[in-house]
Ligand binder design. Sequence first.
Ligand SMILES: [Zn+2]
Length: 247
Amino acid sequence: MKLTVLGGAGAWPPAGRACSGYLVEHAGFRLLLDPGYATLPRLLELLPADAIDAVLISHGHPDHVADLNPLLRSRALRDDPAAPLPTYALPGALSAVLALDRPGLLDRAYELHEFEAGDAFRIGPFEVQSRLLPHFLPNAGLRLTATGRSLTYTGDAGPTEDLVKLADGTDLLLAEASHVEHVPDDAARWLNSALEVGRQALHAHAGRLVLTHLFPGTDPSAARSAAARSYAERIDVAEPGLVVEIA
Ligand SMILES: [Zn+2]
């Protein structure tokens, strides 16, 4: 399984950067995880739009879904439209982004598969386990497994033992760490810090940790150091172009 980071910025895309967006490939299948703001141009540097086989979305915030609209436009608005794109999301999570265009324009561009957090299902070669993790709106933590290797992605999630359970023994934990050490009180239940994510990676016995969704302006080395206070394995910060082979 191969992970390619398209963007890892939280909240909004700073100059030249993109928000949450990850390409996960295995056995020739290309799964796009969270097409957040500004991820489509990054993706198109790597692949044509019709090379994507499916999209999987953690939750409906625009820094995780906004570029679904230009992705669908790029597949639909041409003489030979691409096949409908299988798109997996929690109920209602895509209502806003799918309403951006005039009714009908993109109807044949996607095939919506709604799932409930807690469901297990298959997308191409990936077994997907999902789990509701705490956020401002419903958010699915996602564990992808193929040929015995796994990647676990938090979406955006406040501290919870449920993540430790979902990520138990995972090869790679890709975890939202909006803040370095302290999450402001009004968001403390719904967002995470690199310090706390390090603890969760330790308790889950994750093989490797990638911190993502850092708020614009956050020092990546400070985030890495905070996570390393409890987690001793390899830690990276999601930067555009980071590629991780999970083998
Ligand atoms: Zn969010």
